[in-house]
Design a protein around this ligand. Sequence first.
Ligand code: NAG
Ligand code: NAG
Ligand code: NAG
Ligand code: NAG
Length: 466
Amino acid sequence: MIRKKIFLAFVVISTVSLLLHHGGHLESWTMEAFYLGCPVLCSLPSPCLEPKHTHVAFLKTHKTASSTMQNLLFRFAERHNLTVALPIQSCGHQFCYPRTFTSHFVHPHTLPPSIVTNHMRFSRAELRRLMPEDTVYITILREPGLMFESLFSYYNQICQSFKRVPNCSLEAFLEEPLRYYRPKEKDAMYARNTLTFDLGGDKDRSAEDVGYSRAFVAEVEQAFALVMIAEHFDESLVLLRHLLSWDLEDVLYLKLNMRTLSSKRSLSPDLSAKIREWNALDARLYDHFNASLWRQIAAMGPACVAREVRLLRKHQDQLVRNCFGRRMPLMRSASQIKNKDLRPWQPNAKVDIVGYDLPANLSQVTSSQAQENCLKLIMPEVQYTQLLLHSQSLLYRRNFQQRTPQRPQTPKLSVRSVLPRRPPAASPQGPGSGPGSTSTSTLRPAGGTQARGAKPGQGSSPTQAL
Ligand SMILES: *[C@@H]1O[C@H](CO)[C@@H](O)[C@H](O)[C@H]1NC(C)=O
Ligand SMILES: *[C@@H]1O[C@H](CO)[C@@H](O)[C@H](O)[C@H]1NC(C)=O
Ligand SMILES: *[C@@H]1O[C@H](CO)[C@@H](O)[C@H](O)[C@H]1NC(C)=O
Ligand SMILES: *[C@@H]1O[C@H](CO)[C@@H](O)[C@H](O)[C@H]1NC(C)=O
């Protein structure tokens, strides 16, 4: 009897392990998740059980990996035919930052929106007027020491407070910040409590005013469903994905808008402490939301989050391989990038922002559709914003002119114009048929068919738009 039981147990174990080994990584992931008691996750091939949230307001803060998030949201919007609120031309590619956001800054061809992500100074009331009621608000913070160092080097030829400092010395600035800083001056928001300012707060409130700081943290907590932390970007993405019921594919990314290593420096503990003191409001915000991120991770189960982070990175690698063959896109400083459309914006000659350039013969590796998707993965924010505005405007005009639905025509400003030449017969079954190419046309104008979970009437109806 006991022997029989042992034999049965053996059979069961062998069968399970066989299934695990032959079931492919996603099934085994599901099984592992099951054993760990992880929440049910949306896996790649099978769609999520819950509809995806498609109304998202992402407050893009400065120098916080937020360009990477913006790129991710742009691609999500395109794949799901969602309208992205974009700035009017006179605002540039930001919503007239540093002025406080108002809906007058939104281009009428991008109304009513499902997603908003371009830089702005946050105003909850104005965003509520613009966005659907069920919009999920998200933002991202970065450790104040590293962030300030980054702002200091990025804006040191733009921001007067930094320009006054002899030898562009961060140490000299922090020795006597009030000697160089003028609170009311243009671009002063880059020189003190930039996160607080971007979130709509008072950057010059005294650090002793604990009441203000506490109330402000509470306000941010109430407004945002998730505050991501740049130092824990992938973990934050896992939380985001669960919050919004998105697929793994929806949160794949490549890092954008970084400085070259040579223009980065490490901070001494002393310098870091001085920065925190000078940016006390930001430091309180960061500490609060870093702690709350880790509480959320603990609640989900650190092992589950870690596992999903590994899964994310694995698919990321696969996406890069599918897009760019064996070679990574070439990481280059902006001045070296041959393709103008891929050149990131340079604040000054001293800081070198890196971007990606495509290998000259990428075209031989992937299909044209996959190429477009791959290109968007590395397209800098200014160019991508222009491209989206163009495609959304075309759709808007077409809807406006003829109410009867028509087949979308190919926009004139095509992403193809920035692609390297490729031979006419690209293999449809090329290596491009991975996660990067599973989406539908990236060039379809936004606002057409609604994605799962989108409410009727949230498309870009021109009558609603004006
Ligand atoms: C987006 O729109 C295109 C063309 O209008 C359509 O073919 C596609 O199925 C739509 N995708 C989604 C996710 O609604
Ligand atoms: C600026 O830097 C130069 C060379 O590093 C140094 O000789 C000079 O003393 C510095 N000036 C100040 C005001 O720190
Ligand atoms: C963020 O919180 C985690 C968990 O408490 C901690 O280990 C980490 O040091 C914090 N990061 C910073 C930069 O303070
Ligand atoms: C692509 O270009 C690289 C370097 O320019 C070269 O080494 C490689 O052989 C080329 N591959 C093909 C398929 O032409």
